[in-house]
Ligand binder design. Structure first.
Ligand SMILES: [Zn+2]
Length: 445
């Protein structure tokens, strides 16, 4: 981080970030000019000619010659940043003493600078930079907030001033594709797509595909997404812009669309929202280990008991999500259900989640789709850690795996916004088509 900061000082655009230094340079340039002006009113040409060399003896050359101004800041030894990293157990005062700065420096900084809250929450690995003046006093300090953001505190006449320094990452588009051999997760890994993109992909298609039960061998996907870079360093992945999933002869497309109001959502090529009223599975597909056998003999009753839901086997502690927006109808414990949560969605629907290790919500609470309501466990009558999930419509149990398709259609891009939508997605759509054609994707479908 601060290696970059150091490098940045040589770049002209950074003059904005370090206004004080440049004021100082400007001032010394003015003084130098002043000195030479004082020299100039000589009585003959001889004096004029000598005026400048004489002046150069008094003032550093770099301060006069403006093209060298930027390198002045860079080569000036006092301006180097002393870089420090926060260690476990560090406090700001321990870091200050390691940097050979006094408690008074710290006090002056804290008591005069704005935005010092970030200094109270330093964490191991975070980077700080210090600049010290000729007397060993703190003249500037920088604090890395994250890879893109820092705060710079600089000593002024009346105390420290605070500047927020932000870097804008370079965004590069990447297209990746993979064929499923064992799992979506594995396929995406093979394609060099990181986990956050896989999860996002599963979230986007979560309303039309059940990544536990629907995904089959030889399915494939194409995803166009952003990769973020800063000075050549890869920072991580950005947003998915478009994706296409080929599932056993069906193809699903999703496009990121920002409407005139600035709302962002994913839509099919027909402008239907990918977000459904209910998730197909109320937990992360990557955490589900297998289908839990509902026909097993009950360990307590030694009989096959009627089963009115889906069981998802997952390790203890796996987060369980609210399948849709709603309000917690019941949250409690019973001998059979263990820790359970029931959620009411509008007038007609109720979803139930049983055998939770712990509950994260209480009765009456509002919940949003994909909000964690508890964690997978084996409380109550359960042979092992799993989530028992039920879906009721008007009080009648429905198959959670198929009910989602029978619910009202998703919201659409408005008729008025359709031209804007189509123009936003056309380039991406062409990219997907071209990519699929090059690889013969979908042609056998
Ligand atoms: Zn069950």
């Amino acid at each position: 981080m601060f290696n970059r900061s150091l490098k940045r000082h040589a770049e002209p655009k950074d003059s904005v970030r370090f206004p004080r230094r440049h004021l100082a340079i400007a001032a010394s340039t003015l003084i130098a000019l002043g000195v030479s002006l004082l020299m100039l009113p000589g009585e003959n040409a001889e004096a004029k000619r000598t005026a400048i060399p004489l002046n150069l003896d008094l003032t550093p050359r770099a301060a006069i010659e403006s093209p060298a101004e930027e390198t002045y800041a860079f080569t000036e030894p006092e301006q180097e940043w002393l870089e420090m990293e926060v260690r476990p157990g560090d406090s700001l005062s321990s870091i200050f003493s390691r940097a050979k700065l006094t408690p008074q420096d710290l006090h002056e900084l804290i008591s005069t600078a704005k935005k010092t809250k970030a200094l109270n929450t330093i964490r191991p690995g975070q980077k700080l930079g210090f600049q010290v003046d000729d007397n060993g006093k703190l003249s500037a300090m920088s604090l890395q907030i994250d890879k893109l953001n820092s705060l710079v505190y600089e000593r002024g006449v009346t105390g420290f001033t605070t500047t927020e320094v932000s870097e804008t990452p370079e965004v590069r588009q990447r297209v990746a594709s993979a064929t499923i051999t064992s799992s979506l997760y594995k396929a995406a890994q093979d394609a060099g797509v990181n986990q956050s993109i896989i999860m996002e992909l599963a979230n986007i298609f979560g309303g039309v595909l059940d990544f536990v039960y629907d995904v089959r061998k030889n399915d494939y996907f194409i995803v166009i997404y952003e990769e973020l870079y800063l000075n050549g360093e890869h920072l991580g992945s950005g947003q998915i812009l478009a994706a296409q999933y080929f599932n056993q002869g069906d193809s699903f497309e999703a496009y990121r669309y920002i409407n005139k109001e600035g709302d962002v959502d994913y839509f099919s090529e027909r402008g239907e929202s990918m977000r459904k009223a209910f998730l197909r599975a109320p937990l992360d597909f990557t955490r589900i280990s297998s289908r839990f056998d509902p026909k097993r003999l009950h360990p307590v009753f030694k009989t096959v008991r009627p089963h009115r839901g889906i069981d998802y086997a997952a390790s203890r502690g796996t987060p369980v999500y609210a399948a849709g927006d709603g309000r917690v109808q019941e949250a409690g414990y019973s001998k059979a259900n263990g820790n359970y949560v029931f959620i009411k969605h509008g007038e007609a629907y109720v979803t139930k989640y049983l055998h939770l290790h712990k509950r994260a919500v209480s009765k009456g609470e509002r919940v949003r789709q994909r909000e964690t309501i508890g964690w997978v466990g084996s409380t109550g009558y359960a042979t092992g850690p799993h989530l028992h999930y039920e879906f009721l419509m008007n009080g009648v149990h429905r198959n959670p795996a198929t009910i989602v398709d029978k619910l009202p259609p998703p919201t659409k891009v408005s008729q008025a916004a359709m031209p804007d939508f189509l123009s936003q997605i056309s380039g991406l759509q062409l990219q997907l088509r071209t990519y699929a054609a090059q690889r013969n994707y979908g042609s056998e479908g």
